[in-house]
Design a protein around this ligand. Sequence first.
Ligand SMILES: *Cc1c(COP(=O)(O)O)cnc(C)c1O
Length: 231
Amino acid sequence: MQTIADRLINARQEIDNAIASANRNPHSVRLLAVSKTKPVSDIELAYEAGQRLFGENYIQEGVDKIQTLEHLSDIEWHMIGPIQSNKTKIVAEHFDWVQSIDRLKIARRLNDQRPEGMPPLNVCIQLNIEQETTKSGIIPGELPALVQEIINLPRLCLRGLMAIPAADVTPQAQHQTLAALQSLYNDVAAQVDTVDTLSVGMSGDMCEAIAYGSTMVRIGTAIFGARQQQN
Ligand SMILES: *Cc1c(COP(=O)(O)O)cnc(C)c1O
């Protein structure tokens, strides 16, 4: 049976292969290990295997893990799930990144609630390019205004864009979505110095996403195995 360490090596190898096929710079794509629903012991195994970026979807679960693993101080914790406005405070107090910003109200609250002693909270704006009703994220037309608002919030640092493109589409539709994301990302990166992250690509579409400029892939199942809970 493959261990978490084995699966991490495979995931990194796949990323390196995709980078090479796309003729991109080595190390231009970071791997976010999505540990939602998985126990702290799995995160510790991944950490021992050199993994430092972890993503969580559920706020309380994520905060509990962050507190339990406080001694592993070089872990970078990413919130990648939806955030209700009554939960922003604990997110602002514990996470290093929030990738799922989908409205100004959430950004403002995170800014106001980010503790003074901590560095600015890194954030990505979540896009819903295909306008799927089941997914959060803004439509492209709303992006310029939200970028302008967020760069004026001093306790947030805008790092880029995040998206979860639909999986069950034709290759042509998939490429169209990825190309649109890359183009929106390039526009924002050209305007805002701190923007360096296009978070797109999961187990099923990682290679295509890397071909279209992804700088961060988010992988759960392929590292930690199948989840009991649906999500
Ligand atoms: C769960 C999740 C992932 C990882 O999904 P896998 O299919 O387990 O690789 C990535 N991104 C987001 C936003 C998720 O919710």
